[in-house]
Design a protein around this ligand. Sequence first.
Ligand SMILES: C[S@@+](CC[C@H](N)C(=O)[O-])C[C@H]1O[C@@H](n2cnc3c(N)ncnc32)[C@H](O)[C@@H]1O
Length: 305
Amino acid sequence: MAEHLSQSELDYPFKLLEYFNGFRVSKVIFSACELGVFDLLLTSAEPLSAVHVARELSTSQDGMERLLDALVGIEILEVEQRDGTALYSSTDVANLYLAKGSAKSLHDMIIYQSQTIYPLWNNMVDAVRSVEGKNQNEKTFGLPAEEVFQAMYRSEEEMLKFMGLMNSSWVLDGHDIVTAFNLSGFRTIVDLGGCTGALAREMAKAYPSSSVVVFDLPQVVETARKHFAQENDRIDFQAGDPNTSTQPLAERLRQRAAVPHREVLRRHPGHQMSCWRSGGQTATRTNHQERFHFGHYKCHNLPMI
Ligand SMILES: C[S@@+](CC[C@H](N)C(=O)[O-])C[C@H]1O[C@@H](n2cnc3c(N)ncnc32)[C@H](O)[C@@H]1O
């Protein structure tokens, strides 16, 4: 709480200094992820020297040594001395969350934070000052601020990056979110704007008797099918825009959206998930960001993107 913080910081501003320098910690992790440090250490059978890591990842030796030491400083890597050489290895946390490929990998989220969110936040002063309340896409990337999804989907590479972010968002708490409600009574569950289908897959696992549909823009559905499909997928994708599509599902969703009263089945502490019931069909919408600690949620809510 702010009043407690300001009191406890009077003798020495520990917390304030931690806040000021928070960006350095983020950048250390972002840089190591982008350079592939965690992937290399995960696949190495033994701890590696900075010289070895630098050679494998084509970086400067001095820069890599400093980066590895910073990662040791924040307890993400471990170091041991052998014959006067520092040898670095990953912690279990780095292997699980920061390297690519593990079932709980947050790698794609970090890449998006590093390459898109961080540059946008660099223009926070302008974003707050802006009387039009525009996002900073134009200033940061030279993209029109109005068309958020067009900007994010400007190339297949960018679309994949965004979809990777969305996909890894559900790694941690997708199961908790979909089981915060008992949706087992519904024959069909539609995830509107369901992107890669990550949350829909959690629903399909939790509710094996329901059919689960992801409704998203055609190019997103195509990319999801190409890059994010899983063996034995139990989810269906439908491509279209629920605002304009003439598909029966889109029309039903529009009818439901026109009903002023939303039947909120349950509000779970820390989650918001609204469900609409209609002739045996349910549309659900979640805001998983409310799961973040209040202060963090406020940060996520800043209009930078
Ligand atoms: C912020 S993302 C959320 C993705 C997903 N629900 C999740 O939480 O991981 C918003 C999603 O809405 C989709 N979307 C945006 N406009 C849409 C439209 N007009 N029709 C269908 N989907 C749309 C985007 O392609 C994207 O997948």
